[in-house]
Design a protein around this ligand. Structure first.
Ligand code: AMP
Length: 584
């Protein structure tokens, strides 16, 4: 692990991508297979493979307690060190270097021992048990090794290593074509496995695995119709941007799983969709959105909120908030079986699994054909007894045409639109150019909560006031505002417990917290202001909802704020111009 950490340090130390790639390639090329798998997984900045459902579940408070105890440092030492760098790994190294005698760097844990410890922390139940395993691991690490153990464990590697670069390094290390490495990475969702396949010349054997979530394709923001047509056109597809929960549906025989955008299994929250999908006569993967839907109408997100995080919902809540699955993409499909399986019979399940031959991945097939094949599935709709629908889709051939579609969408108060290139493939995990999302009429920003305070009045005793931030160009978080309202009492209570466990340090009423919670903030206007680190302030900010599906890395950037600020200026100007025109 020390060798790996030194490599990571060198990669972080150069900004030249060619140098990063060659450092990595030289390192990976000589590793034996078992170490290669772990080294590549860790370089992807994760304790486990991307498609692996496990999460370590170690909070800031536990890490801080273990580190300060080992270094015999005062309780606030880690918080103070964190302030120097805004980097937890670096802060841990700084505090641990206070130890009187540090372990011999070269007698520290191996990659396999670190991986075993990660697995043991994950299975340990409760902070005390997790903390004991973590302390055992950290005890053996010199400060540099500890720095990277913590960075991997918290998923915050931050050594300037994009996934694309790691794939290029794997291709270079084993002299394989880059597109083959990218494809294997895409369909296995496992960088470690991809590295092994590359080493052994078996990239063509990479197989898409049902019941292992693929990363989701994301959309880039777009300004206006002219920009969209020039980027994707002349013919583009426009779909409604649904305000529900993005979910990937996998079906293999009678086994059905729903995965959220952060690749968590959310099947238990939506049993009616799982049950409906069991009756489908094919194996495969759909991409789409779960929506609350009743009497032929989509219900607002606020209604759907009652179902979030609730496992095995009872009949009453299922009747109160019925859900449907709106499919907009087909990512893989197997042959159609003659009859639908009976999900309740294990024998039928085994038969169905045996019949299920390999599914065909459709990721590189143009959207045009994916959509045609999706339509051919004739998913059973809620008009009958089904639970499925397809996204509403229209085609536009020119800027005028697209402007008209936008106008119509606004008129029916649609918050936003997704514009897609019908020739595009599906790029998992990428904010590709194949999909563009039209800015919402009423802008919102996804911000990271960096501080919380006890509320006043009826919110006395709970942490209800949030200070939030966006990311600036050098990756640091810059505060932009503070909001008090928006969440339900139950959400505030749950978040209070979470923030107490993830407090970095306390300054009077104010608690600086681990910056991992993302909230969607609505506001009226953006103003320049010296009150916040970002140089901007939001007027009337309110929390629309917690974005549990987003991580800190998905939060909006200062660049987006600056663009919105400019846009809103233009909006104001447009009004003046229109008024002036009317006056003329
Ligand atoms: P945002 O959450 O603002 O980054 O917008 C991207 C999200 O829009 C996706 O993650 C989906 O949940 C959602 N979405 C809604 N409708 C669609 C659609 N028709 N196609 C793709 N994504 C959609």
């Amino acid at each position: 692990m020390r060798g790996w950490s030194e490599l990571a340090e060198r990669v972080a130390g150069t900004t030249r991508t060619s140098e990063k790639t060659s450092l990595l390639a030289r390192y990976l090329a000589v590793l034996p297979a078992d170490e290669l798998r772990l080294a590549a997984t860790f370089l992807a900045g994760r304790p486990f493979a991307e498609a692996d459902q496990r999460a370590i579940g170690l909070g800031w408070a536990t890490i801080a307690a273990v580190v300060c105890h080992l270094a015999e440092a005062p309780a606030g030492a880690l918080g103070a060190a964190y302030d120097h760098s805004s980097d937890l790994g670096k802060a841990v190294a700084e505090v641990l270097s206070l130890r009187e005698c540090s372990p011999d760097p070269w007698l520290g844990p191996t990659l396999a021992e670190v991986a075993d410890a990660f697995a043991a922390i994950e299975v340990a139940s409760g902070p005390a048990a997790k903390s004991a395993v973590f302390a055992d691991l950290l005890k053996q690490c010199d400060p540099l090794t500890a720095k990277y153990v913590v960075k991997i464990l918290t998923g915050e590697l931050r050594i300037g290593l994009r996934e694309g670069l790691l794939e290029a390094a794997i291709a270079a290390a084993f002299e394989r074509p880059l597109p083959e490495v990218q494809w294997a990475g895409m369909i296995t969702g496992d960088t470690g496995e991809t590295a092994i396949l590359a080493k052994e010349g078996r990239l063509h054997e990479a197989r898409l695995r049902l019941l292992h979530p693929l990363k989701f394709m994301l959309a880039s923001p777009a300004e206006n119709a002219a920009e969209i047509i020039s980027r994707l056109g002349p013919t583009v597809w426009v779909e409604d941007k649904y305000d529900g929960i993005r979910a990937q549906l996998h079906r293999r025989g009678p086994t059905v799983r729903l995965y959220s955008r952060d690749l968590h299994d959310i099947s238990e929250q939506f049993p009616e969709i799982v049950e409906a999908a069991r009756d489908l006569p094919w194996d495969g993967i759909l991409d789409g959105e779960i929506l609350a839907f009743a009497n032929g109408h989509v219900l607002p997100f606020l209604t759907l909120q009652a179902r979030l995080g609730r496992k095995d919902p009872n009949a009453a809540i299922r009747a109160e908030v019925p859900v449907v699955y709106v499919a907009f993409d087909l990512l893989a499909i197997g042959p159609r079986s003659a009859a639908a399986t009976n999900g309740t019979s294990p024998a039928a399940g085994i038969a169905a699994t045996a019949v299920a031959t390999a599914v065909e991945p459709l990721l590189r097939v143009p959207l045009l054909q994916r959509r045609r094949r999706l339509e051919e599935l004739e998913l059973p709709s809620p008009d009958g007894s089904g639970r499925f629908a397809l996204s509403h889709l229209v085609s536009a051939d020119s800027v005028e045409d697209l402007d008209r579609v936008f106008g119509e969408a606004r008129a029916r108060r649609n918050e936003g639109l997704m514009v897609k290139d019908p020739q595009s493939g599906y790029s998992p995990g990428r904010r590709g150019q194949g999909w563009l999302k039209m800015k919402r009429a009423l802008a919102t920003l996804d911000c990271v909560v960096v501080g919380v305070e006890v509320g006043r009045g009826k919110r006395h005793g709970v942490l209800s006031d949030y200070t939030f931030a966006v990311r600036n160009s050098d990756g640091r978080l810059a505060t932009i505002g503070k909001a008090y309202t928006g969440l339900t009492d139950a959400e505030i209570a749950a978040m209070t417990r979470w923030f107490e466990e993830h407090t970095i340090r306390q300054l009077g009423r104010f608690r600086q917290v681990e910056p991992t919670v993302v909230v969607e903030i609505a506001f009226d206007i953006i103003q320049r202001s010296s009150r916040h680190q970002s140089g901007f302030a939001l007027r009337f900010p309110r929390i629309v909802r917690l974005r549990t599906d987003k991580s800190e890395a998905d939060a909006d950037t200062l660049e987006t704020v600056e663009r919105l600020y400019r846009d809103l200026q233009f909006g104001a100007e447009y009004l003046v111009t229109a008024a002036a025109k009317r006056a003329r």
